[in-house]
Design a protein around this ligand. Structure first.
Ligand code: GLN
Length: 189
């Protein structure tokens, strides 16, 4: 059984643990950089990307997280986690980890629609996935190596680049664990 970590600094941590276990893998909450050595894949949860970044720096996670991805270990960024993975953030001079060739805009769905649910077709996953969006980012542009997996009203909301996966929405907040299962399969490969 593969072991998948959830970065445990801030955000929707427990829900991902439950989702990973339901998807048939072992889960671990990662609070120290040393723990990255024990896992086969990692989920960067939703929350607040600026807060998460502050904690990543405070606990000396920045370089170890980059190295984890660059070593070919799968990473799945959800919502704020997607923002951490992007190599371009609209209105911001510097990205965070910059591991995925995507340009993201934070809080892109507007104030009136702080949170909403929508049924999505996700390539290779489902054509009826109930996605929960909470102050969600959208992907404005992707590089050549990036495969778009889902769009919502013309905006890209899920993508894959080799061993990196990201979604604008929260796949861990419902009982539909098919996107987590998809990530578990990526880790098993
Ligand atoms: N708006 C948040 C951010 O910019 C992301 C929201 C979420 O993760 N649900 O980090």
């Amino acid at each position: 059984m593969v072991k998948i970590g959830v970065l445990g600094l801030q955000g929707a941590i427990r829900e991902h643990v439950r989702s990973i276990e339901t998807a048939g893998a072992e889960a671990a909450v990662i609070k120290h950089k040393e723990e990255l050595a024990d896992i086969d894949g990692l989920i960067l949860p939703g929350g607040e990307s600026t807060t998460m970044r502050r904690l990543i720096d405070k606990y000396d996670f920045f370089e170890p997280l980059k190295a984890f991805g660059q070593a070919g270990k799968p990473i799945f960024g959800t919502c704020a986690g997607l923002i951490l993975l992007a190599n371009q953030i609209v209105g911001q001079e510097k990205p965070h980890l910059g591991l995925m060739d995507i340009k993201v805009e934070r809080n892109a769905f507007g104030r009136q629609r702080e949170s909403f649910e929508a049924e999505l077709a996700i390539k290779g996953v489902a054509d009826d996935f109930e996605a929960v969006f909470i102050r969600a980012p959208q992907i404005e542009a992707v590089g050549n190596e990036v495969e778009v997996l889902a769009e919502y009203q013309g905006s890209i909301v899920a993508a894959k680049q080799g061993h990196y996966l990201c979604s604008s929405f929260h796949p861990e907040l419902t009982d539909d664990h098919r996107l987590t299962e998809y990530f578990v399969k990526m880790v098993e490969k």
